[in-house]
Design a protein. Structure first.
Length: 299
């Protein structure tokens, strides 16, 4: 007999579950593309490409995409560090880590010279993927940093000692364009913008891109937009198809070919505390994030 599940944890899906594959196309908006090939295996690791997952709107799939892109990248042999840079700590909780109980988090790394990233980084259930956790303590940093010299480069300084160890560092940003997010942009090579397929989702993107341009101009000349990721796509509704067409019209090839469909599997993984790639390995959602990993490596 299997052990009883803790209350509230959904039943593990059948591992043979094979989701629909319509995320592969013909692409939403009518794009037809070649399959993205598997990346070449690495013979050595680092220095890391730093990607900030950023959108000042909440609930668009930043945290979900950070976890699942990270987990998918490890399947291609990449070493991954996830950085929880939201005081809500949803990334840590989504990986099954009770962040509110931790005494040492990213807050200590950025605010105390005596604490290094290595002191705080913890392993996750995914081989090759580690986490720099966060909790509500981080909300104090936003205020305390204001008076610091070089305040926008605090996160970059904290991550520098571990850059050579990882292949990808993914920063899960908070839903604002405040100082914490500017810190993430100031140390990133690229920005991944998750965008919910809803009418109002386009409104904030111009402001986000404006902020990215300013950071590139004033703080971090290497910063680029890696791609815009359409999330919560529902191929059955005309509404999301129309939104997708407008996103493609506005942003063209900046939009990843991979589209993440809306499915209950994602809220389930949050409760289960593991990525979809292990929770439902053959599901359409897991396949979509693997395809996104291949696209990110290829870009
Ligand atoms: N593709 C998806 N389909 C359905 N629900 C999703 C999907 N992606 C994320 N969710 C759910 O939507 C909510 C918000 O997602 P989250 O990743 O936390 O967004 P953000 O970090 O941008 O606030 C969560 O409950 C998450 O489980
Ligand atoms: Mg989040």
């Amino acid at each position: 007999m299997s052990t009883p599940r803790p209350m509230g944890v959904p039943a593990r899906p059948n591992p043979d579950e094979d989701g629909d594959t319509d995320y592969l196309a013909p692409g939403p908006g009518g794009r037809h593309h070649m399959p993205i090939p598997d990346p070449a295996p690495l013979t050595r690791h680092g220095p890391a490409t730093v990607l900030a997952l950023c959108n000042q709107k909440g609930g668009v799939g930043k945290t979900t995409s950070t976890i699942n892109l990270g987990a998918a990248l490890t399947e291609y042999g990449r070493r991954v560090l996830l950085v929880d840079f939201d005081p809500q700590g949803a990334l840590s909780v989504g990986l099954g880590i009770p962040a509110h109980q931790l005494d040492h988090t990213i807050y200590n790394v950025i605010m105390e010279r005596s604490t290094t990233a290595d002191d705080v980084i913890i392993k996750t259930t995914v081989d090759g993927m580690e986490l720099l956790p966060s909790n509500i303590d981080l909300s104090a940093a936003e205020v305390q940093l204001v008076t610091e010299v070089g305040r926008e480069h605090t996160l970059g300084r904290a991550l520098r000692p571990v850059l050579d160890y990882y292949d990808y560092i993914l920063i899960d940003c908070q839903p604002s364009l405040g100082l914490l997010t500017v810190n993430a942009l100031a140390c990133a090579d690229g920005v991944v913008i998750p965008l919910e397929c809803e009418y109002f989702s386009l409104r904030g993107v111009a402001l986000l891109i404006d902020t990215i341009d300013k950071v590139k101009d004033r703080l971090n000349p290497k910063l680029e937009i890696t791609g815009i990721l359409a999330t919560m796509y529902d191929p059955r509704t005309l509404h999301t198809r129309e939104v997708m067409a407008r996103v493609l019209e506005a942003f063209g090839d900046t939009v990843f070919e991979t589209v993440i469909n809306r499915t209950v599997r994602f809220p389930e993984t949050t409760v289960a505390g593991e990525p979809i790639t292990t929770w439902a390995p053959r599901s359409a959602g897991a396949k979509a994030y693997r395809q996104l990993a291949r696209e990110v490596i290829a870009r």
